[in-house]
Write a protein that binds this ligand. Structure first.
Ligand SMILES: NC(=O)C1=CN([C@@H]2O[C@H](COP(=O)(O)OP(=O)(O)OC[C@H]3O[C@@H](n4cnc5c(N)ncnc54)[C@H](O)[C@@H]3O)[C@@H](O)[C@H]2O)C=CC1
Ligand SMILES: N[C@@H](CCC(=O)N[C@@H](CSC=O)C(=O)NCC(=O)O)C(=O)O
Ligand SMILES: [Zn+2]
Ligand SMILES: [Zn+2]
Length: 379
């Protein structure tokens, strides 16, 4: 049955309130307006940022909403003026847009895009500042401009990457967030050189992707730091060469690392979202040049601090969003790298479940054994 131009009723996991179980509901998804694309989502993974917003820690969190931002699907229909994708195209929704026209996109200095960020930050679409999701007329907010915990979603055309139709969607959905973030933090943001000493705080998917990126960049030592000893065996497979558990030491972790590395590391990455660890990650960097990249997302109200002397003496503090990758241009390139077996993806998938099991999937995420759980949207 043709669905173009029609409202589609489908299943979605609705976050009615922070921290309350998600509810699988029949939601109405309006047709795409000008510059919009309606996507049939086939697979979505869970990212810790979904849990963070659901947990009420996101100052931009709005409820009720449909969370989810690491997914893959097929274009169902497009609105007026959409030229770069058409129904049937295989796509990855991109929470970080790329319009190629705005001040940010044209700067050549950042992957951030300003075109739709104002709307996505308040859970609506640009055109009419309204949501395309509703239940019996009651609107639900969009999330990160993607809302992939729904069998159908509507996104801005600047937030869609068209990918190789041969790519397995149950795998490459991961290229919508965590894996590119870690790889890009190393390759684009830090620009790690061969021979560098690297420290990674937090060995979840993002930290492991940092390790993979650091190994590919030719780092000589990749020091993984995690409070969970079970992480080390997995981490070795992604390129971590040494493991430190801060709980095994009396000294502050930054001092432990400085002592082990003749004055500090060349690059460090915080992949947890803990502001005390962010400080340690900066302070374990080598005087004169060490660079620390903040990747983790910290809760509302949290702030970072250090002695300014740390920066006066040459350490550099940076952050990264989506690993600095330009989404529409570079996600297809990452998919090709995966297809050529140049980057890992399958190895990050520890669990597969169905949309109806989403609450259990979030539960699993908080256990050490889960990296990424991929949800199948249709049984
Ligand atoms: N900047 C960006 O564009 C993105 C940021 N993120 C953020 O990156 C962070 C990491 O994401 P995931 O890898 O998926 O999370 P995760 O929860 O799987 O991994 C975090 C790891 O940190 C470890 N850990 C927790 N507290 C620790 C401590 N005090 N010291 C050392 N290790 C500790 C945990 O044992 C776990 O292994 C999250 O904050 C997420 O929101 C995720 C994607 C994109
Ligand atoms: N909404 C939060 C900030 C959340 C955040 O930092 N998001 C990251 C991506 S995390 C993906 O899993 C990001 O890319 N931020 C840049 C952006 O434009 O949102 C808050 O307000 O603190
Ligand atoms: Zn994410
Ligand atoms: Zn732009």
């Amino acid at each position: 049955m043709a669905t173009q131009g029609q409202v589609i009723t489908c299943k979605a996991a609705v976050a009615w309130e922070p921290n309350k179980p998600l509810v699988i509901e029949d939601v109405q998804v309006a047709p795409p307006q000008a510059g919009e694309v309606r996507i049939k989502i086939l697979f979505t993974a869970l990212c810790h940022t979904d849990a963070y917003t659901w947990g009420g820690k996101d100052p931009e969190g709005l409820f009720p909403c449909i969370l989810g931002h690491e997914a893959a699907g097929i274009v169902e229909s497009v609105g007026e003026g959409v030229t770069e994708v058409q129904p049937g195209d295989h796509v990855i929704p991109c929470y970080q847009a790329e319009c190629r026209e705005c001040k940010f996109c044209k700067s050549g200095k950042t992957n951030l895009c300003g075109k739709v960020r104002g709307a996505t930050g308040v859970g609506v679409m640009m055109n009419d500042k309204k949501s395309r999701f509703s239940i019996n007329g009651k609107p639900l907010y969009h999330f990160m401009g993607t809302s992939t915990f729904s069998q159908y979603t509507v996104v801005h055309d600047v937030s869609v990457a068209k990918i190789d139709p041969q790519a397995p969607l149950d795998k490459v959905c991961l290229l919508g967030c965590g894996v590119p973030t870690g790889l890009g933090a190393v390759w684009n943001t830090a620009k790690v050189e061969p021979g560098s000493i690297v420290a990674i705080f937090g060995l979840g998917t993002v930290g492991l992707a940092v390790a993979e990126g650091a190994k590919a960049a030719g780092a000589s030592r990749v020091i993984g730091i995690d409070i969970d000893n079970k992480k080390f065996d997995t981490a070795k497979k992604f390129g971590v060469t040494e493991f430190i558990n801060p709980k095994d030491h009396d000294k502050p972790i930054q001092q432990v690392i400085v002592d082990l590395t003749d004055g500090g590391v060349d690059y460090s990455f915080e992949c947890i979202g803990n502001v005390s660890v962010m400080r340690a990650a900066l302070e374990c960097c080598h005087k004169g040049w060490g660079t620390s990249v903040i990747v983790g997302v910290a809760a509302s109200g949290q702030e970072i601090s250090t002695r300014p002397f740390q920066l006066v003496t040459g350490r550099v503090w940076k952050g990264t969003a989506f690993g600095g990758f330009k989404s529409r241009s570079q996600v297809p390139w990452l998919v090709e790298k995966y297809m050529k077996k140049e980057i890992k993806v399958d190895e990050y998938i520890t669990h597969s479940m169905s949309l109806g099991e989403i609450n259990e999937a979030f539960h699993l995420m908080h256990e050490g054994g889960c990296l990424r759980c991929v949800l199948k949207m249709y049984d």
